[in-house]
Design a protein around this ligand. Structure first.
Ligand SMILES: *Cc1c(COP(=O)(O)O)cnc(C)c1O
Length: 224
């Protein structure tokens, strides 16, 4: 059995039933993706628009492609026709651009709002005030071609599990509050995307229901 399939099955064995696995295939060749596909994996995550569109074109049409990286407004048009979920929406301007492309493609594009939970300055994401402002803006309420399915976040890159768990817990609390305040009658707001290779078990313990796992399935990457 190939290591990709072995890794995939090992991780699946550790995931509770309610947790969705996004296999993060960035920088990895199509052959490896096809191995995982052959083992039943259908959801793959990429963080670069060009790579995502190239792979989507070359690989089976029933793959659900998730855009997990930072997305520039001028590149939304390339993925809008087919993307299944955009994880990294961190501004009203980006959401407006996605909505516009949704209109052009006559589809409602599922999105997650990315929250800034890590202590590092470099990670993208909204703080709670910005999140509230976005959800309360009349502009957002007028967008008919995007659907906010939930929240996404990345913890600080550290071996200190206390810090990581605390950050995941804070995101879960924000998720629960936002669902109660803004999406009470909207069951499609249901996704909490947190956890990667190094911390997905911690994330699940804190309430994640979507994990984005790359290197533990496909091996280490040479670049991000
Ligand atoms: C690369 C990446 C992952 C996967 O990281 P691994 O540590 O390889 O599992 C998850 N989420 C995002 C946003 C990423 O860019």
């Amino acid at each position: 059995m190939s290591s990709v399939i072995r890794n995939l099955e090992e991780i699946r064995g550790r995931l509770p039933e309610n947790v969705t696995l996004v296999a993060v295939s960035k920088t990895k060749p199509n052959e490896m993706i096809l191995e995982a596909y052959g083992a039943g994996q259908r959801i793959f995550g990429e963080n670069k628009v060009q790579e995502l569109t190239d792979k989507a074109e070359a690989l089976p049409g029933d793959i659900e492609w998730h855009m997990i990286g930072h997305l520039q407004r001028n590149k939304v048009k390339y993925i809008a026709p087919f993307v299944s979920l955009i994880h990294g929406v961190d501004s009203l301007r980006l959401l407006r651009a996605i909505n516009k492309e949704g209109v052009k493609n006559d589809r409602v594009i599922p999105c997650l709002l990315q929250m800034h939970i890590a202590s590092e300055e470099t990670k993208f994401g909204l703080d709670e005030t910005e999140l509230n402002e976005l959800l309360e803006s009349p502009d957002y309420k007028s967008f008919l071609n995007v659907e906010i399915r939930g929240l996404m976040g990345m913890a600080t890159f550290t071996n200190d599990e206390t810090i990581v768990a605390k950050e995941f817990r804070s995101l879960k609390n924000i998720f629960d509050r936002v669902r109660n305040e803004y999406f009470k009658n909207d069951s499609s707001f249901s996704v909490l995307s947190m956890g990667m290779s190094g911390d997905y078990q911690l994330a699940i313990a804190e309430g994640s229901n979507m994990v984005r796992v790359g290197s533990s399935i496909f091996g280490e990457r040479n670049y991000q």
